[in-house]
Ligand binder design. Structure first.
Ligand code: FUL
Length: 697
């Protein structure tokens, strides 16, 4: 109804302005988005907040037997967190009300495994309520994630679980005001505690097991405006396909006959979705976040960026700095559109109310459209004066459906038309890409960062292929703010290398202090064989401005380590130790006795999951003969997010370690890209008491 309403209003306005025979808008081209899907796409980006028992266990997926007593965030203040999101320019947040471990962060009546059993606020707290209210106050939207998989519930895998799950959905959608989006994660079934039964539960077809058709019906009844994410494609939006935050391009908003929007999702910290001790150094740089933004929002999807509170219930300073500085850069990018109000002439239009000027009028609803049957066309715009820009944004009037398959942008420079965005050549963009993308689909919006800035007063947009007559609502010319990059630091053997860049000088420290121009100047690789922290920055040779700091938390040097699995400790992520068996293990002689308190596992980084370790064991030995288990457990979520996972254990001395891959995620095989050993213990909390009671076994 809303499409016709908008279109009729536009047509009537045209009549009002004296056009006797107002041209008719084109027929909609299916599939069409709902009003809710359009409103949602206009939100662009919002926060994801993973916060629960996993925050306290250094796990990505809890098994389901974790004690609720662990949850005690002494400094938690939802408003501070939400205000940070708002300051960054985010339009909402989604909170993991329940993750796979089954612990409910609100006082639910569906299970006793909830916040009622947590010491925080003496069992009277409600994290969902705290976030919902804070969002309302800040004027941003609130949404929720409710894991279908529940590793705590005894009924999981049986029909009885549906009752529990539906009740949880109902509580969340009834009691916390407007929910803009609800997330139904695709991770389902497998090992778990399941009320003490401890075993594997297979649910078969998730759509049948949860009866998502019914779930969707219930949600529509309770909150008709709520965007449903996942739910076996029965909802309104779905996964972008990576947990790195990009969606593939070209991007079509469709699933069968239905409009289906995409969401790129990624955590701000490489360590994972939940907070992990001692890994603040793994925060993504503002520059990286800009690439994520361009590869999600800039390809026509939305972006959900996870920022996880720590054990005190506050955000890490490093995360906040990166988030705010990316947020400021995004604001600056979008602030000035050089094409706004520029004169615009189209090769053809279906009437004055659909002429070329509609792409530069700053009104996202009005649009240029040629006559029916024309699937190509061109608009030339003339700016009042020369402008320098390096980002082009194009939007389609998606209320009429998505149409454009390929486009081209040219600029008039030095007396000739130069192509600045080439039309699509048939290749897919499948990763994080920053500059130089092509012109394929448009949808809600496409942002293309040019290989270099262009100065001109004349630009032309050509639609070179479309499924029906194109409806272009905006053409914008933007300027990417200068974002000082962060230098990459790596160590191979004993030698540390910092990436140099001609425009900058590099300064670094090895004592944990923030680097600046009074620190050591980097002139080439240097020896550093200890475990420790290296920090480095770029300083602009032009104006002396200092960029964001890279921090690298190095484990012990592996230069002298001996084993028959050298590829697992050669400091090279792209060489892999592998065996076509599982379980499988290898033993390493570190050649000296070291004090150890943590190790990390880097899974293979070549997009394959074959042999990735699902269940591990780490044993230590002083003599290579008698062994003691230091840690054993599960590496979770590697299929979707294959990042380095760090495990802490009780500090002890050893010269040898044995790593065992006890069960593989995929196949009867074992594979390891890197194992690293660290002396650093799990950080104690900054303030606040730990619960005295012991964890349930
Ligand atoms: C995944 C989950 O398994 C992760 O733990 C995380 O919640 C992510 C957003 O979705 O599928």
């Amino acid at each position: 109804m809303s499409i016709f309403h908008t279109l009729r209003t536009l047509a009537l306005a045209a009549v009002g302005f004296g056009y006797a025979h107002a041209a008719q808008p084109p027929a909609p081209y299916a599939p069409l988005p709902t009003k809710q899907q359009v409103d949602w796409l206009r939100m662009e980006w919002y926060a994801f907040v993973h916060f629960g028992l996993n925050t306290y266990t250094n796990k990505e997926w809890g098994y389901g037997n974790e004690s609720p007593e662990l949850f005690n965030p002494q400094q938690f203040n939802a408003q501070n967190i939400v205000d940070t999101f708002k300051d960054a320019g985010m339009t909402g947040m989604i909170y993991t009300a329940k993750h796979h471990d089954g612990w409910c962060s609100w006082p639910t009546s569906s299970t006793t495994h909830s916040i009622r059993k947590s010491p925080w606020k003496k069992g009277k707290g409600d994290v969902v309520k705290a976030f919902a209210e804070a969002c309302k106050k800040a004027g941003i939207k609130f949404g929720t994630y409710l894991s279908p998989w529940d590793r705590n519930c005894a009924e999981y895998g049986r029909p009885g679980y549906r009752r529990v799950y539906y009740k949880q959905i109902e509580e969340l959608l009834r009691n916390y005001g407007d929910i803009f989006e609800i997330w139904f994660d695709g991770a389902n079934g497998g090992d778990g505690y399941y009320g003490g039964a401890s075993g594997t539960r297979d649910i078969g077809n998730a759509d049948n097991y949860y009866d998502f058709a019914q779930v969707v019906k219930n949600i529509r009844r309770l909150q008709p405006d709520c965007i449903i994410w996942g739910a076996a494609h029965r909802g309104d939006a779905t996964w972008g396909g990576s947990e790195k935050g990009f969606v593939k391009y070209p991007l079509w908003n469709s699933s069968g006959q239905k409009w289906m929007s995409l969401e790129g999702d990624t955590p701000i910290n490489h360590a994972g979705w939940f907070w992990h001790p001692g890994q603040a150094d793994k925060v993504k740089s503002p520059e990286h976040l800009m690439n994520v933004y361009l590869s999600s929002v800039g390809r026509g999807a939305n972006l959900i960026l996870n920022v996880a509170p720590n054990r005190d219930g506050i955000l890490d300073k490093a995360d906040v700095e990166s988030l705010l500085s990316f947020g400021a850069a995004r604001r600056q990018l979008l602030e000035q559109d050089f094409a706004l109000q520029a004169e615009a002439k189209a090769s053809e239009s279906r009437g004055p109310e659909f002429d070329g000027s509609k792409v530069t009028d700053g009104d996202i609803e009005s649009y240029w459209c040629p006559k029916d049957g024309s699937t190509t066309g061109q608009i030339e715009i003339k700016l009042k004066k020369n402008a320098t820009f390096d980002v082009v944004r194009v939007r389609e009037q998606i209320r009429l459906g998505q149409r454009v398959e390929a486009f081209k942008v040219e600029a008039f420079v030095d007396g000739e038309w130069r192509t600045i965005v080439a039309p699509w050549n048939g290749n897919e963009e499948t990763g994080l890409e920053s500059r130089g993308g092509m012109g394929a689909t448009i949808g809600n919006q496409v942002l293309r960062w040019l290989p270099e800035p262009v100065t001109t007063d004349r630009v032309r947009l050509s639609i070179t292929a479309a499924k029906a007559c194109p409806c272009i609502s905006e053409l914008s010319l933007l300027r990417m703010p200068a974002m000082l990059p962060r230098p990459a630091i790596s160590r191979v053997g004993d030698m540390v290398e910092i990436n140099q860049n001609g425009d900058y000088q590099v300064y670094y420290t090895t004592n944990g202090k923030p680097p600046g121009t009074d620190s050591k100047r980097y002139n080439g690789p240097f020896k550093f064989s200890k475990a420790g922290v290296i920090k480095a920055v770029y300083v602009s040779s032009d104006d002396g401005s200092v960029g964001p700091v890279t921090t690298l938390n190095l484990g012990y040097s592996k230069a002298d380590w001996q084993s028959d699995a050298m590829a697992a400790h050669d400091d090279k992520a792209d060489t892999i130790w592998s065996k076509e068996t599982a379980p499988a293990s290898f033993k390493v002689d570190m050649k000296k006795t070291l004090e150890l308190a943590a190790f990390s596992y880097l899974p293979r980084q070549d997009s394959q999951t074959h042999g990735m370790t699902d269940q591990y064991k780490l044993e230590l030995s002083a003599d290579g003969q008698s062994w003691k288990t230091a840690a054993e457990g599960e590496f979770s979520n590697l299929r979707a997010n294959p990042v380095e996972l760090k495990v802490h254990f009780k500090k002890q001395k050893a010269r040898y370690f044995r790593f065992s891959s006890r069960r593989a995620l995929d196949g009867k095989a074992s594979s390891v890209a890197e194992i690293t050993m660290f002396p650093d213990e799990e950080q104690p909390r900054t303030k606040g008491k730990k619960s005295k009671k012991k964890r349930k076994k």
